[in-house]
Design a protein. Sequence first.
Length: 435
Amino acid sequence: MKWRPVVWFLLAALAVTAAHVSAQPRRTITLWYPAGDIAAGPVSPFTDPNLFAPFEATNNVKIEMVGVDYDTMVQKIFAAAAGRNIADILFIDTSWLPGFLKEDLLQQMDSAKARKWLADVVPDVVDLSDYGSGTMWGYPQMGYDIYGLTWNKAQFKEVGLDPERPPATWDELRDYGKKLAKRDAQGNLVRVGLAIRHVGNPQGTVHKFTWALWGAGADIIDNPNLLHGGKPAFNNAGGLAALKLYLDMLNVDKTTSLSFPDPRAALLQGIASMQISETVSIRARQPKEAPNMPWGTGWGMAPPPVRKTGDRPGVLLGGWLFAVPKSAKNPELAWKSMDWLNSEINDYRIARRFDLTPRYKANWAKDPFRSDSYDQALLKIARYGRRLPINLGLNGVLDSLGFAIQKALHGEATPEQALAEAERLAQKAIDEAAK
């Protein structure tokens, strides 16, 4: 029949095309992530060398995941961008974002994809994703990085407190602290009521102070979505009240101390009854560092206390971001791989496998997330979550405020002096970044 030569010709052409595609060299794209304990769960997905295997198989690509030293990662990214030898995908701390935007380093996500993402994910993930009018710079990670109150339930029972009822207000926090603090025969504190961050990286000090700052009605910068300009918003009655709360626990109640380790370590070592910082860190570290204090029966978590009943808790919602730099060698393939990784089906699959929290509304309605006590406790805290500002001067602002908190706690300045100086330096950082 006459049609047979045509059919054979088409089949031959398809075979040649398939052979050509299979003969194409396999491309490699790179993903940089901070090595070490940066996961928002007990185990990081980056530990799985086959994380991208299905995508690699269907796209003739190899995704090389490279762990980079956390302490030098920002400098490495800037240097690599200048030398046009940067990774195709960056997994970055959202607190680094302003510095990268200042240097015009990142690609903005396609607006249509951003609109769909913002419509499909839960409200707190929207807050992490949307940098004003639907602008997105990448996909926020699976797993919440929430700063909440965590406490030792056995120590609550020991002093007659209800282990299922954490302090809800600042007054209760101070009262609980007085009951929980323990001293030796010489009167030295051997257990604090609430462990606080008072040394080290000043930005980390601010992160662990936001609950009190926001809870008192103050802020870091007046408009968190402004890239340029704005004013510091912490040198006011609210900021002063938050700092004085710390000083009252330190100097009046004497229920906290400047000689104890990092708050998370202090809680896990049993020398602090309460602490307010990254809940996921307690979740990840507890099985190894405090095996006799399991989630649910040994430790609990809740939103931080509020200044007075009826106030909104201050909850820092931190996280990491999958972003694509402007100088990436394979930007289209990088975005395609990120779209795949952050799809609804992979959100569920990866979150379930690595004990993370999902981002899609549809996945929160499925087990195990809808019935898991830890996940549901996180969700209750996350509803109050707020991310850090995007202002290009943010790093300078956080450094100024963090050093001010440390100076006041160590008696190197009065709260008023410390906040006034921090405000001056923070405004300078904002103004210089806006030039």
